[in-house]
Design a protein around this ligand. Structure first.
Ligand code: GLA
Length: 401
């Protein structure tokens, strides 16, 4: 009898059914992740300084929230199997670090892997999902990036479901970021599991060249862009396609950084900065914090943009926005500048996914050049302009009649 009473008390205290924590990413998450710039060279000083810089650089005010430590924060598991941070790199412990980040009004993210080891060979969560989720909740973690190395024999949906349920059981709302590289088409099954899922392998610091690492490849910005084809119908508020963390500020030209950032905004992609926020040139800071570009990314209807046309390395992209507005982006992938002419009433834009039409012949729209920060007339006149090599012209269209 006593045993039955205990069982009843226990089951009453557990959630009725596991699910993902809903509503944590109604717009694409914005933050910073250590991997692209620092790899395994992470410690608590870097993370604290990055949190400081997130505030002092204006990134927090621009909307960035999450400070995510990627691979290599781990130490060994303790005698009971609980994961511990690396004792020399994180001597104050993860709770103290989370408290520091939270005190700045920011949120704290961490990284693990569905396999038995992470990609950099640190302890993975396989078989320890519930213990790890408990630790993350205890530390005050707000965001978990969950990788896919060393998972031979595992079913991807099952593995991510297990961690989703473990996070739910631990009781702390945590954004769940699936990093499975698109191998098993997570866009088809992850909406009820996580808040974002990687659609590709890793990004490289390159605009249009892939990098061969022997056993694997990383991809330039335009390759990643091409791999998003067909995926927009799977994304929306609280479930985003993730074309990987940004390389803005890590070595491309200013034009390329601007084009990369703009296309991530057009894609409604998560905006995870991957550069050193403590030493940011002004141009990098200006790109990452641009209010007009960020507003396009964060638009509340959460519709991913699409390629409308492509000719001779010049692409035209549209993204429906709230209030009947649209973003329009010309992307020049060529190695030289391009003159553009866009005759509005010769184009009609119809998006069957969002069921939105942009009637350019029958209505007038005011034009705003987002990066230049100025109004440039209306759709009553054809648009003419010049887009530099590996650069963009980003416009916002507002209906006026
Ligand atoms: C994989 C991921 C990267 C990064 C590294 C860490 O390659 O795709 O984003 O997390 O692992 O080892």
């Amino acid at each position: 009898m006593r045993r039955i009473v205990w069982l009843l008390i226990l089951s009453a205290s557990l959630p009725a059914f596991a699910q993902k924590f809903k509503g944590l990413a109604l717009t694409p998450p914005m933050g910073w992740n250590s991997w692209n710039k620092f790899g395994c060279d992470v410690d608590e000083a870097l993370i604290r300084e990055t949190a400081d810089a997130m505030v002092s650089s204006g990134m927090k005010a621009a909307g960035y929230q999450y400070i995510v430590i990627d691979d290599c924060w781990h130490g060994e598991r303790d005698d009971l199997g609980f994961i511990q941070p690396h004792p020399e790199r994180f001597p104050s412990g993860m709770k103290a670090l989370a408290d520091y980040i939270h005190a700045k009004g920011l949120k704290f993210g961490i990284y693990s892997d569905a396999g038995w080891r992470t990609c950099a060979g640190r302890p993975g969560s396989r078989g320890r999902e519930y213990q790890d989720a408990m630790k993350y909740a205890e530390w005050g973690v707000d965001y978990l990036k969950y990788d896919w190395c060393n998972t031979e024999g595992l079913n991807a949906r099952g593995a991510y479901l297990t961690m989703r349920d473990a996070l739910y059981a631990a009781g702390r709302p945590i954004v769940f970021s699936l990093c499975e590289w698109g191998n098993n088409q997570p866009w088809k099954w992850a909406e009820s599991i996580g808040h974002l899922w990687r659609t590709t392998g890793d990004i490289a610091v390159s605009f249009d060249r892939d990098v061969d690492h022997g056993t694997w490849k990383s991809f330039g910005v335009t390759s990643i862009l091409d791999m998003q084809e067909g995926l927009r119908v799977f994304a929306g508020p609280d479930h985003w396609n993730d074309p990987d963390m940004m390389e803005v500020g890590n070595g491309m030209s200013v034009a390329e950084d601007r084009a990369h950032f703009t296309m991530w905004c057009m894609l409604a992609a998560p905006l995870m900065a991957g550069n050193d926020l403590r030493n940011m040139p002004d141009e990098t800071q200006r790109i990452l914090t641009h209010p007009g570009a960020i507003a396009i990314n964060q638009d509340s209807i959460g519709i991913q943009g699409f390629k409308y046309s492509a000719a001779d390395s010049l692409e035209t992209w549209f993204k429906p926005l709230s209030n009947g507005e649209w973003a329009l982006c010309f992307l020049n992938r060529a190695s030289g500048a391009k003159e553009i002419t866009f005759v509005w009433d010769e184009n009609s834009v119809s998006d069957s996914f969002s069921k939105r039409e942009l009637d350019l012949a029958g209505s007038v729209h005011a034009l705003h050049d987002v990066w230049a920060g100025r109004d440039i007339g209306t759709t009553e006149q054809p648009l003419t302009g010049r887009v530099g090599s590996h650069d963009v012209l980003l416009l916002k269209l507002r209906p006026v009649q």
